[in-house]
Design a protein around this ligand. Structure first.
Ligand code: SF4
Ligand code: SF4
Length: 172
């Protein structure tokens, strides 16, 4: 090996170090700065509501059946017009996801007939205790924008008989 080769390699290495000093940094100051997630990112689940505040979840447990990690537990109770949580007969009185089991596959989202469970863009899921890894219905439910949208609600008799909303376009 000639003496030129190591010197050339050393020069290339030094040049690489020097030129990178002028490149835009790829690191960001997390948690003050947060990078936007990709459109199909699957983060922490959210239980969605309709515009009037009623919960989309009807406690059917199809998400639990579809979950390959057995991470979801659902218990349903009966709605009444005086104490209505969701349209139709039943709502999820208990809804829990064990985040230690969840593999963020999104099967629960696909199985849901009312599009109630959605994997959102929140990726801040650290916990220090196993019990904190169980996300309850109250933690997962979308917040309401005003007091009158809090569930349960008193609703007109016979106004919410369908559990699954009528589809405008079945191709959607
Ligand atoms: S994302 Fe997958 S693993 Fe997680 S709760 Fe839903 S179905 Fe189960
Ligand atoms: S989230 Fe959807 S699939 Fe799961 S219990 Fe509620 S309505 Fe049924």
């Amino acid at each position: 090996m000639s003496v030129v080769e190591p010197v050339v390699e050393l020069g290339r290495g030094l040049w690489r170090t020097f030129s990178s000093m002028f490149e835009k940094p790829v690191t960001i100051q997390y948690p003050e700065q947060k990078r936007p997630v990709r459109p199909r990112f699957r983060g922490r689940h959210v239980l969605k509501r309709y515009e009037n505040g009623l919960e989309k979840c009807i406690g059917c447990a199809l998400c639990a059946a579809a979950c390959p990690a057995d991470a979801i537990f659902v218990e349903a109770s009966e709605n009444t017009d005086e104490q209505r949580f969701s349209p139709g007969e039943r709502y999820a009185s208990t809804y829990e996801i064990n985040m230690l089991r969840c593999i963020f596959c999104g099967y629960c989202e696909d199985a849901c007939p009312t599009e109630a469970i959605v994997l959102g863009d929140n990726y801040e899921l650290s916990f220090t205790d196993r019990r904190q890894a169980i996300y309850t219905r109250e933690m997962l439910l979308e917040p309401v924008s005003s007091e009158d949208k809090i569930t349960p609600q008193q609703t007109p008799k016979g106004a919410y008989t369908r559990s699954v909303p009528e589809m405008k376009n079945p191709q959607d």
